[in-house]
Design a protein around this ligand. Structure first.
Ligand code: BTX
Length: 323
């Protein structure tokens, strides 16, 4: 109901919407409308209330609540169900739990703050309140298990496009799961899956984006490697807008990935947004360290590296650094 009230107020920028119009649209009493207005005010919305005129929205706080994300979202699958928490351990944990209990494809779990945000291999992901997008999507692609990991690469394309659109500055993909601006990380992807035999039950696609995190707030150990959209653009960006643009960029790419049975047909788009290929890199893999020039990725998203002696190696999973 609060979403509808907000939508009505936003459809009349600078104007009053009468209490009566709201009662009629929502089919509730004036007291009920007033109560919802009060809740919105308590959440930080500045809403002017004038007798005989109604209500006027003066300003909105930067929230990632379901109501804010829904307002203006044009996707048809991703984010049709939204679960919001003010604070949480990790959105990936709640998404796993909801997925195990049958949550629908496209369900979005999002939090204002994560207390135990995580990256790959048990690393921490810094997720302070009021300034980032920390979210997880539940996906149920009908694909063989071997193609599941490619969703990270598909998502990286969507993120590079979305973050470029939002900032006006070119974002680049660092294989496999980072989005960088000027070699600094503003976004990471953590894909976790639940599968049986050769079938994917569900994927939990975790996405962390530093939107308006002040540079001085990053912990010392990541000060020099982290950046935010605000720092890149020079002005703050509403976080709900960031979520909408990301979902809108991801939905068609995800659809194509499922329809085509993998990442292959999206490979050229990935290449167009990548900043990995052609560079000297150091790759830390479970089997050891490989240094060389990143040559290409194949249709499965596997990275091909040429070592100084000319030998070529395939890298399936690694942390890479630019040499
Ligand atoms: P990753 O393992 O590639 O990167 C983790 C590393 O990135 C850390 O060790 C640290 O050096 C650095 N780092 C930590 N926090 C930040 C940050 N805010 N900005 C830039 N660099 C940072 C990347 O893993 C995957 C991150 C996914 C995060 C999302 S948030 C929603 C979902 N829930 C959850 O717990 N994780 C995902």
């Amino acid at each position: 109901m609060q979403s509808t009230i907000l939508q009505m107020l936003r459809e009349h920028p600078g104007d009053f919407v009468s209490g009566e119009a709201m009662c009629n649209t929502l089919g509730v009493s004036r007291t009920a409308v007033w109560k919802h207005i009060k809740d919105l005010q308590d959440a930080g919305y500045q809403i002017e209330a004038v007798r005989n005129k109604g209500y006027r929205l003066q300003s909105s706080p930067d929230l990632v609540t379901a109501a804010e994300i829904r307002d203006g979202l044009s996707t048809t699958v991703l984010g049709q169900t939204i679960v919001y928490r003010e604070t949480i351990d990790s959105t990936n944990n709640l998404a796993q739990e909801l997925a195990n209990n049958g949550a629908m494809e496209g369900t979005l779990v999002i939090a204002d703050e994560q207390q135990q945000g995580r990256g790959r291999r048990g690393r921490n992901w810094f997720s302070p309140p009021h300034s980032g997008v920390w979210m997880s999507l539940i996906l149920r692609p009908q694909l063989p298990l071997a193609h599941a990991a490619q969703i990270t690469l598909v998502t990286a394309i969507a993120l590079a496009k979305a973050l470029t659109r939002l900032t006006g500055v070119q974002a680049g993909i660092k294989w496999p799961n980072d989005i960088l601006f000027n070699k600094k990380k503003c976004c990471g992807i953590l894909t976790e899956m639940h599968a049986e035999f050769d079938q994917i039950h569900h994927l939990v696609l975790g996405i962390g984006i530093n939107v308006n995190v002040p540079q001085e707030d990053f912990p010392e150990d990541i000060q020099h490697i982290a950046t935010s959209l605000q720092a890149v653009k020079g002005t703050p960006i509403p976080r709900a807008k960031v979520v909408q643009v990301v979902l809108e960029e991801l939905e068609p790419l995800y659809r194509q990935y499922v329809a085509d049975g993998g990442f292959g047909t999206l490979r050229d788009q990935w290449k167009a947004h990548n900043i990995t290929l052609g560079n000297e890199i150091i790759a830390h893999t479970a089997q050891g360290t490989i240094q060389g020039r990143a040559l290409d990725i194949d249709e499965f998203g596997v990275l091909l590296v040429e070592q100084p002696d000319g030998e070529q190696k395939k890298i399936y999973s690694a942390d890479i650094m630019f040499a």
